[in-house]
Write a protein that binds this ligand. Structure first.
Ligand SMILES: NC(=O)c1ccc[n+]([C@@H]2O[C@H](COP(=O)([O-])OP(=O)(O)OC[C@H]3O[C@@H](n4cnc5c(N)ncnc54)[C@H](OP(=O)(O)O)[C@@H]3O)[C@@H](O)[C@H]2O)c1
Length: 246
């Protein structure tokens, strides 16, 4: 599980731990990984969870990840690529191209390359009949506030899902994306969204509330624990009824 030290990734890791699955928690910052690990071990006694501090957008992480997984002697039955970030928008129409390019590069690196490095390094170690889940966003359909690169990067994952589903279908490996709407209680927006923006996002849902990381965790768990199922090459939206075009 990449992006396992916070928010949706941490909640999803906990869901697998409750099922007695062995889970490798991957994120960059060791301290946050350790805190997440302690939290999961405290709420799921006997949880079989291990940390691995890696920048998944760094191509050098591929060998480290593969070696670590190989050393367990186990095949990978589920790979969930939850690492992601919303880069700062330059927020200007002054014609200054460089900061906009930086935002787009950062968005692609954090949200696309993290998935590509994880998937391509572990595909040879995947169990036939396993599952891969990538994490998109409602932003892939309607953009996200003032940032252009984030939604575009998430949309790029959709095409990768279709490619992988075709490549890995003969091995009975299902590949799907989960595209959440606004999920509160994560670190994705730093200190949180401005109150007015959060209220607007909640108003746009049919259920009248923000998502919770646990709402999203259930779907990732389902998609990986139903190997051999007929759901593959899909982008599954979990957004409380917030219309992508709203
Ligand atoms: N929260 C929402 O409203 C929402 C909505 C739609 C989609 N999503 C997507 O859902 C996923 C999880 O979001 P979240 O809200 O749970 O975010 P979060 O709380 O900020 O967690 C992001 C996780 O990704 C890790 N990460 C970021 N860059 C990484 C890298 N280069 N290599 C390895 N790990 C990295 C972070 O740890 P380190 O920083 O220590 O690496 C952290 O564990 C993301 O892909 C996000 O785009 C979230």
């Amino acid at each position: 599980m990449t992006g396992a030290s916070a928010g949706i990734g941490k909640a999803t890791t906990k869901r697998f731990a409750e099922n007695d699955d062995k889970v490798l928690l991957i994120a960059r910052q060791e301290k946050r990984l350790t805190r997440a690990l302690e939290e999961i071990e405290a709420s799921v006694p006997g949880a079989d969870v291990e940390p691995l501090a890696l920048d998944m957008a760094d191509p050098g992480s591929a060998d480290v990840l593969r070696d670590r997984v190989t050393s367990t002697g186990l095949p990978v039955s589920g790979l969930l690529c939850c690492a992601g970030a919303v880069p700062q928008s330059p927020g200007t129409d002054a014609g200054d191209v460089e900061p906009v390019l930086t935002e787009w590069r950062d968005a692609y690196r954090s949200n696309v390359l993290t998935a590509v490095v994880a998937v391509e390094s572990l595909v040879p170690l995947m169990a036939d009949g396993g599952g891969i889940v990538l994490y998109s966003s409602i932003a892939a359909y309607r953009g996200s506030g003032g940032t252009g690169g984030y939604g575009a990067a998430k949309a790029a994952l959709h095409s990768y899902v279709h490619l992988l589903a075709t490549r890995l279908g003969p091995r009975d490996i299902n590949v799907n994306a989960v595209a959440p709407g606004y999920v509160a209680g994560t670190d994705l927006f730093g200190d949180g969204l401005p109150e007015a923006r959060e209220a607007m996002l909640v108003r746009q849902t049919a259920l009248g509330r923000a998502g919770d990381p646990v709402d999203i965790a259930e779907l990732g768990f389902y998609l990986c624990t139903r190997p051999g199922g007929y759901i593959t090459s899909q982008i599954l939206q979990v957004n409380g009824g917030a219309h992508p075009g709203a």
